[in-house]
Each structure stands twice: as C-alpha cells, then as structure tokens.
Design a protein around this ligand. Structure first.
Ligand code: AMP
Ligand code: FE
Ligand code: ZN
Length: 308
C-alpha cells in the first residue's frame, strides 16, 4: 500500500484568486435530510468554489444521490455517493459515514434506512406532542424534507419553529427545546455500531467514523470504539472537522495510524441550517487536500485485494 498521508500535506491552504484548488469535502447534507439545499444546488455551490470532489452524506437516506451524481457529471465535479448513519456502542452514540465507492447500497441496507426513517417519523410526532404541550403547536406538514424518502429530524422542527416565530434561530430552538435533555427532546433509534459496519461493508461501502471529537466519551472510550470499529471493517476516521481543534486533529491522526485507518475530513455542511459552517472548510477553517481521497481509495483497494 502507498504511504499514507502526513498531516502537513493535508492542511496546506489551496487557494487561488478566491477559488479553492485541489481540495475536497467528504461530508455534506442536502434537503433529502437536514441540509437547506437541493442536491443540485449543493453540487453547483461546490463546483463554483472550485472543489474537486464532494461526498453527499445525508442522514438515513440515499435518495438524493442520483440527482447529486447527475449534477456532478454535468458540472465536471466528482460526487461521491454516501450516507450518514447514527450508531451506538457501549451506550455511547456516534455517526458513521459510508462511501459507496464500489456500487449501490444493498436492498438490506435500503430496508434498514427505511426503517430508521419510519422511526424518525414516530419520534417527530412525539416531539410535536411535547411542543404542543408547551404551547408551541406545529403542523406535521411543516416538517417536509425533499422527496418521499427524505429523513426528517430536529433541524426541520427548528426551521418550522423559526417560521412560526416561536424562536429566532434553529440554534435557539435546539438550545431551548430540542437538544438532548431539553423539554421537547425525544431520543431516537440507532443501529449497533457492528451491525451498521456490516451493512455498509456488504454494500461495498467504505465506513468512516464521523467527527470523533464530538463523541461523548473520554480518550480510553474513544480508543475502545475505534478498536471495535476497526475490527468490524472501519476504513477511515474523520480527522479534519470544523469542531476539531488542533489537539483533537492530532489525537484522531494518532488513532488513524494506530488502527491503520485512512484519515479523512469534511465540513458537515448543512447550508443555512448550520450558518457557522462553510462548504469546503474543515478543521481550523482549512480545506481538505484531494490527496485524502486518493489515500482512502488506495486503502480500499488494498483491503479488497486482501479479501480476495
Ligand atoms: P436528529 O437527526 O433529528 O437527531 O438531529 C440531528 C441533527 O441536528 C444533526 O444534523 C445535527 O448536526 C443537528 N444539530 C444538532 N445540534 C444543532 C444545533 N444546535 N443547531 C443546528 N443543528 C443542530
Ligand atoms: Fe445533519
Ligand atoms: Zn453530518
């Protein structure tokens, strides 16, 4: 296998006359989950910025991918089809990103995603009941994501609350009502980490642990999660992320080395739903070099060869 990336090569700023060059973003959302843009609008923005590739990673749905891939073809920017799935291990929750670099999702994965979305709908109803009980009624029809199979969640409830004038921003809605432990919060269903890894692997997807720096655990807990996931087929770890400070990036890179994982990065762009986040900007506001994608592919080829 080719030598994996050194940290320095991934954090160089690549800018020329206001456009980004030779950089990618491996974590973005559209209106098929809780982003504010259609897949086409997202890919258009990425192309206008000069990004070489983006991964579209909506929560619990792959239905926005055909539109994103078509836009990518038209605009000459590589679109990696992906998904983001919430998981748990030892009572700690975390997100997995899956990149479908070797074909479409299996029917089993599609079925599991449909079930996760059905649970979301029930949970949304419960959260609306709680909000109504607090004197803040909303109409379920206010919570639309794009498409029939969109994944609706708390950001849509926050948007609807802003439209009704109950709060002045989505982040205020989270702070007062929707964040974990707040009065309208209801927990959601998630997959066991090992099960989600297996589903992604059987789909030919490369699983990557999303934003380890915001997992609610300590260093030893994170190490156990990564070791368990690496044994279950984890391919990469999202090291460069807007909420990761330099120390966190370094700890993630150490874990990548320790468990032979590809270091990856992305912005988790949600458009206007998360106003503080910019497409193409990860840790410290810096972009992620396209070399990261080359290394992820290289690792995947290597693993596939070993599996025969
Ligand atoms: P859900 O899938 O319904 O549990 O909602 C999770 C989504 O809400 C994720 O995309 C988070 O990034 C997003 N989120 C969490 N906290 C906030 C916040 N304070 N403001 C906006 N979005 C948030
Ligand atoms: Fe989200
Ligand atoms: Zn995300």
């Amino acid at each position: 296998m080719q030598k994996l990336l050194t940290p320095a090569s991934a954090v160089t700023t690549h800018e020329f006359e206001g456009r980004l060059r030779g950089v990618i973003d491996l974590h973005t959302h559209t209106r098929f989950s809780d982003g504010s843009q259609s897949p086409t609008e997202l890919v258009e923005e990425a192309a206008a910025k000069g990004l070489r590739a983006i991964a579209v990673t909506d929560h619990d749905t792959v239905d926005g991918l055909p539109e994103a891939l078509a836009a990518g073809e038209r605009l000459g920017i590589e679109v990696l089809p992906g998904v983001e799935i919430n998981c748990e291990y030892e009572q700690v929750t975390m997100d997995l990103l899956g990149y479908f670099l070797a074909g479409a999702p299996t029917e089993e994965l599609e079925r599991e995603l449909a079930e996760l979305r059905a649970y979301r709908d029930r949970r949304n109803d419960l959260m609306l009941e709680r909000l109504a009980g607090l004197g803040l009624p909303l109409d379920p029809a206010d919570l639309a994501a794009a498409g029939e199979n969109g994944a609706v969640g708390r950001p849509h409830i926050g948007e609807a609350m802003v439209r009704r004038g109950y709060v002045s921003s989505i982040s205020e809605a989270f702070e007062l009502y929707l964040r974990r432990g707040a009065p309208a919060w209801v927990d959601r269903r998630r997959l066991a980490l090992g099960h989600a890894l297996r589903l992604l692997r059987e789909s030919g997807a490369l699983p990557v642990l999303a934003h380890p720096g915001i997992i609610r655990t300590d260093a030893a807990g994170l190490d156990r999660i990564v070791r368990h996931a690496a044994r279950g087929g984890l391919a990469g770890i999202e090291c460069w992320y807007p909420l990761h400070d330099e120390e966190t990036v370094r700890r993630c890179l150490d874990l990548a080395r320790k468990y032979a994982l590809a270091p990856t990065g992305g912005s988790d762009y949600h458009g206007t739903v998360k106003p503080g986040i910019t497409l193409g900007r990860a840790a410290g506001g810096r972009p992620v070099a396209d070399r990261v994608l080359t290394d992820l592919r290289c690792l995947a080829d290597d693993q596939l060869t070993r599996l025969g």
